[in-house]
Design a protein around this ligand. Structure first.
Ligand code: SAH
Length: 257
């Protein structure tokens, strides 16, 4: 790797061993890593010792580093011909604003490469024993943000209520009650199975189960909070059969890539 480049890398939902071989390669060769709050810090230990680490983590309520500044950091180091890794939780193009960062690099004529990651919306649910599709229960799935930034149209929950497929809602925890109410008002049965999965794929993962009408009570009882996935649909019931305990793997330093 001689020329500077920004690698936009998806880190997966939290279990470190879900990073791709190509993502690990980028981390192992990085000179600068710009990472988010949802990235497992264990992954950063795979970087070279002299790698510069920049934390641009955002909390749901405060945004310590505005997007413009993140873009500017990437552009600055790319211009210095550095190997820059922009490490994001899950897949970088699923509600990660990754595309905006790459658009900026493209505009500046800077080299980039994107390495997909396992999205929490699919892979995270796997760890909770919830398949997003199943021949008998769901022939589509829909990944929705529960949080719209100012200026954007509010989500049309009544339209989503008409969909038969599995609904997976990210960034929805602060509006859980409202979202469930809107879906019921839009025609979804109050009995529709619902689950909330906090820290999916991590050792601290917790799952709450209920229905559209009751899930918020279980969430309150277990005191679940972000980051969490809300999943609505009959596939939730498969948790009873498909839940498993995951093997904890560390990334072997001897593993060369
Ligand atoms: N690009 C990420 C999503 C970024 S949006 C991806 O593909 O997974 C951030 C939201 O993703 C969080 O608010 C939460 O709803 C969800 N999320 C990400 N990682 C999660 C995890 N390990 N467990 C539960 N939810 C997670």
């Amino acid at each position: 790797m001689n020329e500077g480049k920004v690698w936009l890398v998806g880190a997966g939902p939290g279990d470190v061993s879900l990073i791709t071989v190509k993502g690990l390669y980028a981390i192992r060769h990085a000179e600068v890593i710009v990472y988010d709050r949802l990235v497992n810090p264990e992954l950063l230990r795979q970087a070279p010792e002299d790698c510069l680490m920049i934390n641009v983590g955002k909390n749901p309520n405060h945004h310590p580093i505005p997007q413009d500044e993140i873009n500017a950091i990437l552009v600055e180091y790319a211009r210095q011909n550095k190997q820059v890794v922009r490490l994001k939780g899950g897949d970088p193009y699923v509600f990660g604003r990754g595309a905006e960062e790459v658009e900026q690099l493209a505009k500046e004529g800077l080299a980039f490469e994107v390495v997909p990651g396992i999205s929490s919306a699919i892979g995270g649910l796997v760890y909770a024993g919830i398949p997003v599709t199943h021949r008998d229960y769901a022939s589509s799935f829909h990944v929705i943000t529960g949080h719209m930034c100012q200026g954007n149209d509010p989500q049309n929950w009544h339209a989503f209520a008409q969909l038969d497929g599995t609904l997976v809602i990210l960034m929805g925890m602060t509006r859980l009650v409202e979202i469930c109410q809107q879906l019921m008002a839009g025609g979804k049965s109050a009995d529709t199975p619902a689950a909330v999965v906090m820290y999916a794929s991590q050792t601290r993962q917790q799952v709450a189960r209920g229905t559209l009408a009751t899930i918020h009570l279980e969430v309150e009882r277990q005191q679940l909070h972000a980051p969490a996935l809300i999943v609505i649909g009959d596939v939730v019931n498969l948790h009873d059969v498909l839940a498993f305990s995951a093997t904890q793997l560390e990334i072997d330093q001897e593993f060369v890539c």
